[in-house]
Ligand binder design. Sequence first.
Ligand code: FPP
Length: 246
Amino acid sequence: MAAHPSPAPHHVAIVMDGNGRWATKRLLPRIAGHKQGVDSLTRCVRACLQRGIGVLTVFAFSSENWNRPPEEVSGLMELLVVALAKEVPRLSAQGIRIHFIGDRQRFSDKVRTALVVAEQGTSANQRLILNVCFNYGGRWDIAQAAQKLASRGEPITELSLDRAMALAHVPDPDLLIRTGGELRISNFLLWQAAYSELHFSAKLWPEFDEAALDEAISVFHARERRFGQTSAQVGGHSSSHDKKAV
Ligand code: FPP
């Protein structure tokens, strides 16, 4: 146990891995696992609200996921549109603001419209920010931020890059969870996770429940966050929330 427990995580990020295995184990098509994954996500959002977490960022579709079988890709796109139509009114009623993070150029008009409707319909909400990374990759984000600065003729510094990144509206994640048992970052939040505490859960995403979230939070509490300083220096508490304005 660390001498100085960290404050509660303000920003939690999750790689929601294991939907396919959950379905395959039950002899179901992979898309059934993704559908279950949507239910797990809505449960997780509710649990985050109850625990006072201010920002939840989830990896729902990576830049590399286009290489999956076409029926799985189209199934995920369809699932997104259906899930948004069903869940956004409920999420909005709970005070959740949704942002989609990623490159939208490759999406159909239907998907693009669904994203804009969800963002605009929840834009006044303030209890919890839900960032859904969809067609997102950490390398894409760094490159698009650099391109933005170059096109404006602005100098490329850590601060200017940080402000041009797709997650500039939130502080860096305090806790990054990956479910499904793999020990990789897989091109998620490469820039923003520089000082995130990492937690790997063996649970498949559809099985990631409130107890699993509480376990991740208690592991986080037991860590000492030093941000490059010594243990004696940090003495009190610090989080990425303190380092960057929301
Ligand atoms: C990784 O599991 C999961 C995905 C690529 C999709 C994540 C999507 C959801 C949780 C549903 C929410 C999505 C929407 C549409 C909002 P995997 O398929 O790689 O699982 P595996 O490692 O067991 O094969």
